[in-house]
Design a protein around this ligand. Structure first.
Ligand SMILES: [Zn+2]
Length: 966
């Protein structure tokens, strides 16, 4: 396989150790000398000593006495490799484990047989071999790694005392060599250093370790791992990596459309939705303050740039500056969109930094020729100077979010580490405080440390609020709980929630908003919890909303919530279509390929409402959410499962469907949304709603055991659900993928019915196309998408729907007759999926019908054994035969598309009603939507003053431009 997107990576340790250039004829290898001194004392014998007897250096490491004479290990290695071949380099974990072996070897390794996994260059094995009886060094037999280990052992012959064996061992391989299996019977110590750097590999590694540890004699594993946020975060940048931190100019933009749902609202409901949206948008600006020190200034700068002149004028002035190309201007618009869509200069999904895809000098030129600059040169110049460097910086510690020794965060001041976070976490636990709505500021004054836990609130003074405790000493530090974070922005949130309250449709909504307002005004988290409790009681509202400090993904400590606000409406038009489907349920259920004896006595409509998003502020838009996150509320009051119906078809819209012919892509673009509605409606209502479970309860059967015949065997029913059995208890881990597959097959099968297509507004040729796209999309999802959710290491599916669709594709491929075809058009690079549409009603119908019948019969009769056998066969991802799926998975992953940016509507007051403002699904449309979302510059002043308030805590030296900006 040619690996697509294999960029070069370099171990960070080479910044500490000088590494020369490869010599000619060295095949790209360099040799590095690692100097060391052996310890004079045996640390195991030292264990009895009290900790105080040890002295520590400035990094907190114990100072050990060492022998004076220096020794050296020579290691031949690569100085940079592709990610696949990182074993050819020396990593921090190997240094650490080698250091450990140097100190503990004399006592712990003496006389032992040691096995090293993922040996790499051999550094750790060599040190172990200074003490052990035998060292078995293993690694994957790839790219000459095994030979490199042998060479390095030879290079250090002088030091190596143990017998050395080098063997191939691949974590992903099931079959291990006889030699390895024999050696395992002698091994008592297992070493592994920095051998895992992605999810698949981690799973495979753990399985390997489990297998090894189960072989007698008893073994001890010593494992060194550098803690990383993302596999890439420890790698130094090379120019190719820039693409990881930019939005490409061809980033797809899509409209998050909710027009029909919004238009179906009454004027009062529209006003309610409008003020809730305003509250959400203002609150969403808090996220900038929660992201990076510079983010509030970046917002302010970009926002001034796009409000001072229209987007077309901005493009024109940029062009006239004579410095910026069309691509540069586009890159600027895409950067603005990227920052605004993520509420800051770090991605909401993945936490990596966003930098502009145009050179700094050219961005500066555009800014200094803009109308914004002409209107207020001092402020624009000051904003630019204060954040230009941080906009572009890709220093390792700036690449991702994290504690200050790993990345960037503003949830903690930069003088805080994981240790501070743990101390504060313990304090908060002791005093029953939660993190959701606060940030942590640490102040050091001589030997005194003060931690300030700052709550988000409008009120800035701490007067007589019972939840605001007085200064408390804990573990020798002072803890102070204060409030007033984001004050100005939260005031705007509260003002708008007050107005929304006037248009609430019931008392629950009013009381809920009152509690939220109380929470945002005072900083009381309890008030937000009671608001959330009321929210759960407000079942099926026409306008749904949730607002506050909700998701904790981006706090490195995982407890502080990011502000988020959303407003969504029940899609009445869609609900009407779903209603018509339910009204037609009876005749439709009769068409399903099982006898009526296998159908429920009465059709029960499953609980399902789909909401269309009007507003979603924060760092990203999910397709569904399950909230609130407060555990005690979830247990006492429950939670809501909110499905954001317009987010999913929106994701189709901006999608370039790969692996399809041009004609199919065009049809897909035109009909995917309708096909998706048909699919969701049938899946949710008739799919999950259909079919009967045969039960025996209190000695009675809920079916006629004498007459009901199993259509697969033509014999009487021989199995059922006994007392206490449920579908989940019988089908266990297979259950959800199997049931999703059944629902999807019902969807495919009933989409053949013309009346169904008519309910969704498709007739004649349109109906034929919707039908075709419904089936094509299923196969496409099963073939071109699903494998992203498969783990080759554990050979398991990570997602029920993905597995279900893959199984359906396999079933139809098996049907043959050239109905569905997949070909590798460019070896290792591209695939083509085709469906013969003339065969849907014949070959397709029969294949899905037969399969669906089996799915239902096994489910009805509780025959999980037959279900397992059948389903597992189709779920298998093998590399043999006509369809080498395991290989194709790499092709599919290589075609993964850039994440799209959604363009949201605005609402605007128009007398006593509200208008919905829509924008083009382009960078220009996106930028326009944001200039109209906040037409005035008061938000800039607010963000600038919040930045100023934070600056002294987040900059070693606050930028000199401070005075001009604030
Ligand atoms: Zn489902």
């Amino acid at each position: 396989m040619s690996a697509v997107g294999e960029h070069q990576v370099t171990s960070e340790i080479y910044s500490d150790i000088p590494v020369g250039s490869p010599e000619p004829g060295s095949e790209g290898y360099v040799t590095t000398k690692f100097y060391f001194r052996r310890p004079t004392t045996d640390p195991v014998a030292e264990v009895g000593k009290t900790e105080a007897a040890l002295e520590y250096d400035s990094d907190g490491d114990p100072i050990l006495e060492r022998q004076q004479s220096e020794d050296v290990i020579q290691i031949k290695h690569s100085s940079s490799t592709s990610l696949r071949m990182v074993g050819l380099q020396v990593w921090r974990g190997a240094l650490l484990l080698a250091d450990w072996a140097l100190h503990y070897g004399p006592s712990l390794l003496r006389g032992a047989t040691v096995l090293e996994l993922g040996t790499g260059t051999g550094l750790t094995s060599i040190v172990a071999a200074m003490h052990a009886r035998e060292v078995v060094s293993t690694d994957v037999d790839l790219g000459g790694i095994l030979d490199l280990i042998k060479t390095n052992i030879d290079l250090n012959k002088r030091l190596v005392k143990a017998r050395s064996t080098v063997l191939g061992l691949d974590f992903f391989s099931k079959e291990w060599s006889k030699e390895i299996l024999n050696k395992l019977k002698e091994v008592s110590i297992v070493l592994a250093a920095d051998v895992i750097y992605d999810v698949d590999l981690t799973e495979a590694f753990v399985q390997t370790v489990v297998k090894i540890m189960n072989v007698k004699p008893k073994k001890t594993l010593y494992f060194a791992l550098e803690k990383r946020y993302l596999s890439t975060s420890i790698f130094k940048m090379s120019t190719a990596d820039l693409s990881l931190f930019t939005y490409p100019n061809d980033t797809p933009f899509v409209e998050l459309d909710c027009t029909s749902a919004f238009n179906a609202l009454t004027d009062k409901e529209k006003l309610y939705a409008h003020y809730l949206s305003q509250a959400s948008w203002y609150g969403g600006l808090i996220v900038y303050v929660q992201t990076s020190p510079e983010a509030p200034l970046i917002f302010s700068l970009l926002h001034k740039l796009i409000t001072a002149e229209g987007v077309e004028d901005l493009k024109q002035t940029a062009k006239e500056s004579g410095e910026a190309s069309e691509d540069d201007i586009k890159a600027l618009l895409v950067y603005i969109a990227g920052v605004f869509a993520n509420s800051g200069n770090y991605k909401g999904f993945g936490d990596s930094k966003i930098v502009p895809n145009l050179p700094k000098e050219r961005l500066e030129k555009i800014i200094l020729s803009s109308a914004a600059y002409k209107a207020d040169p001092t402020v624009i110049q000051a904003l630019w100077s204060a954040c230009a460097d941080s906009i572009y910086s890709l220093e390792p510690l700036q690449q991702h979010l994290g504690f200050s020794d790993k990345g960037i965060t503003t949830y903690f001041t930069p003088n805080c580490t994981q240790k501070d976070s743990e101390l504060v976490g313990n304090f908060m636990k002791k005093y029953n405080l939660e993190g959701y709505n606060n940030r942590l500021f640490k102040y050091e004054n001589g030997s005194n440390t003060t931690y300030e836990i700052r709550m988000a609130s409008v009120l800035e003074k701490n007067e007589s609020e019972p939840f605001l405790m007085s200064d408390t000493i804990y573990e020798g530090c002072t803890f102070r709980v204060t409030r007033g974070d984001y004050s100005g922005l939260l005031d705007l949130v509260c003002q708008n929630l007050e107005k929304a309250k006037e248009y609430a449709s019931n008392d629950l909504e009013k009381n809920m908003l009152e509690q939220y307002i109380k929470s945002f005004r005072t900083g009381s988290l309890d008030a937000h919890k009671s608001g959330s409790g009321i929210w759960i009681k407000n079942k099926g509202p026409v306008v749904e909303t949730y607002i506050g400090f909700i998701e904790t993904y981006r706090d490195p400590a995982g407890m502080r919530g990011e502000f988020e606000g959303f407003v969504a409406m029940v899609n009445k038009e869609m609900s009407a279509k779903f209603g018509a489907l339910v009204a037609n349920a009876e005749p439709l259920l009769k068409e399903l390929p099982w006898p009526s004896t296998f159908e429920k006595d009465q059709f029960l409509k499953p609980d399902y409402t789909s909401l269309d998003v009007l507003t979603f502020s924060g760092s990203g838009i999910p397709a569904g959410i399950n909230i609130p996150n407060y555990d005690e509320i979830r247990q006492s009051e429950g939670f809501k499962n909110v499905s954001l119906g317009n987010v999913i078809p929106t994701s189709f819209k901006g999608f370039r469907h790969q692996f399809l012919s041009d004609e199919d892509v065009a049809l897909m673009d035109k009909y995917a949304v309708t096909a998706f509605e048909v699919c969701v409606g049938l899946h949710e209502l008739l799919g999950h709603g259909s079919g009967k479970l045969f039960r025996k309860e209190g000695g009675k059967y809920n079916f006629d055991i004498e007459s009901v015949v199993n259509p697969l065997t033509n014999e009487k029913i021989t199995s059922w659900y006994d007392e206490g059995d449920t579908y989940d208890s019988k089908f266990t881990s297979l259950g959800s993928a199997y049931e999703e597959c059944r629902a999807e097959c019902v969807g495919l099968y009933l989409s053949l019915n013309e009346n169904v297509l008519k309910i969704f507004g498709a007739e004649g040729e349109d109906a034929e196309n919707v039908l075709y796209i419904n089936w094509l999309n299923m196969f496409w999802a099963g073939g071109a998408k699903a494998l992203e959710m498969y783990s080759p290491a554990s050979k398991t599916w990570l997602q029920a729907h993905s597995q279900a669709r893959y199984v359906i594709l396999r079933v139809c491929l098996e049907a043959g007759e050239d109905f569905v075809k997949i070909t590798e058009t460019e070896p290792g690079k591209n695939l083509l999926l085709t469906v013969d549409r003339s065969k849907i009603k014949t070959v397709g119908k029969k294949a899905i019908g037969d399969f669906l019948l089996k799915l239902q019969v096994y489910k009805s009769t509780g025959d999980e054994k037959s279900a397992q056998d059948m389903f597992n066969k189709y779920s298998e991802v093998s590399d043999d035969g006509t369809y080498p799926w395991a290989t194709w998975r790499s092709i599919i992953l290589a075609h993964k598309q850039p994440r799209k940016i959604m363009v949201q509507h605005n609402t605007k007051l128009n007398g006593s009603t509200v208008d919905l403002l829509k924008y083009a699904a382009t960078p220009e449309g996106f930028v326009q939507s944001w200039s109209e979302r906040f037409p005035s510059s008061n938000v800039d002043s607010l963000l600038q003053s919040l930045w100023r308030k934070d600056a002294e805590n987040f900059y070693a030296e606050p930028p000199a431009q401070l005075a001009a900006i604030c």
